[in-house]
Design a protein around this ligand. Structure first.
Ligand code: NAD
Length: 303
């Protein structure tokens, strides 16, 4: 087997954000408007704080008007709903992102459903979910990690994915289901596997494109992977790494990467694969949201 193509998510994400920055600069020149992204963080979850900081930084780098609201853990649901309503009605705010998870006393669904669909840059509102499954991606805002996964698959295979058998492992609303919808849209034959699927290895062996979104470290073995398949590993799992020193950890995907290098035709590493694409596609959604709210047509597709 020849060496596989390692799909460099950091490089693809950097070229996407360069393109978004150029498009935002053009928008500013033509309309005097900057895309406005407001991120809302409730509580002090350290991982969420890092994600929010990275999103803010990237938005600023793209030339957006980036704002953040940090509310204490004790914030009442009604107070958060009031803030979302205010942002919904603010014409300078084109994209609203409420960082998840929210504290337990707040009903996540209630908050996400209140965000105006046209400002829902995470793509989690039922209207956006419906538009995606109706194939109306020109009107929807599409979830960022799934959209980023498709771009990486196209980086490896070219823009025409039609007729390929795509197997998606995982059926979450955040990754599995929307990525399956996007693959259908690309004319793939799509199979969704999940925790109750029988004989997963046999199914994986039929995949031209394998999308792993399980959240179990190195669960998918190289021996399952069809020779030459394109493997997009969405999983991010922290495991002990005693070789780095006592108490140290490292990140791995859902696929046994080192071994899969001998089988796959192309594969994304973890870290440095799908991860960086999520923020890049959030920037794309914010720009799209801004253009639509300003009555302008969408830009050309990325890649
Ligand atoms: P989730 O826990 O909501 O869903 C996991 C899915 O895996 C479920 O649908 C379940 O049915 C399936 N599953 C569980 N065990 C299985 C098994 N043994 N065999 C087959 N299927 C099984 O997780 P999620 O939110 O979809 O995230 C999945 C992974 O992707 C996680 O590691 C998460 O950290 C990562 N993730 C990464 C990004 C990013 O790169 N930016 C974004 C979101 C999620």
């Amino acid at each position: 087997m020849s060496t596989p193509q390692i799909i460099d998510g950091r490089a693809v994400a950097a070229s996407v954000t360069d393109e978004i920055a150029a498009r935002a600069a053009r928008l500013l020149e033509e309309t005097g408007k900057r895309p406005g992204l407001t991120v809302v963080l409730v509580g002090e979850d350290p991982a969420s704080q890092v994600y929010v900081r990275n999103k803010e930084r990237m938005a600023t780098k793209c030339g957006f008007d980036s704002k953040k609201h940090v509310l204490p853990e004790s914030t009442a649901e009604a107070e958060l709903l009031e803030l979302v309503s205010k942002l919904n009605n603010d014409p300078e705010v084109h994209g609203i992102l409420v960082q998840l998870p929210l504290p337990k006393h707040i009903d996540e669904g209630k908050v996400l459903n209140l965000i105006k669909p046209e400002k829902d840059v995470d793509g989690f509102h039922p209207i956006n979910v419906g538009l995606l499954s109706a194939g109306q991606t020109d009107k929807a805002l599409v979830p960022c990690t799934p959209a980023g996964s498709i771009l990486l698959a196209k980086k490896a295979l070219g823009t025409d994915l039609s007729g390929k058998h795509a197997v998606v492992i995982g059926r979450s609303n955040i990754v599995g289901k929307p990525v399956a919808q996007l693959l259908l849209q690309e004319n793939c034959t799509v199979t969704i596997a999940h925790s109750r699927t029988k004989d997963l290895p046999k199914l994986v062996a039929t995949a031209d494109i394998l999308i792993a979104a399980v959240g179990r470290p190195q669960m998918i073995k190289a021996s399952w992977v069809k020779p030459g398949a394109t493997v997009i590993d969405v999983g991010i799992n922290r495991i002990p790494a005693p070789e780095k020193g006592e108490g140290k950890t490292r990140l791995v995907g859902d696929v046994d990467y080192q071994e899969a290098l001998n089988t796959a035709g192309a594969i994304t590493p973890v870290p440095g694969g799908v991860g960086p694409m999520t923020i890049a596609l959030l920037m794309n959604n914010t720009l799209t949201a801004a253009r639509r709210q300003l009555g302008l047509p969408d830009e050309a597709e990325l890649l």
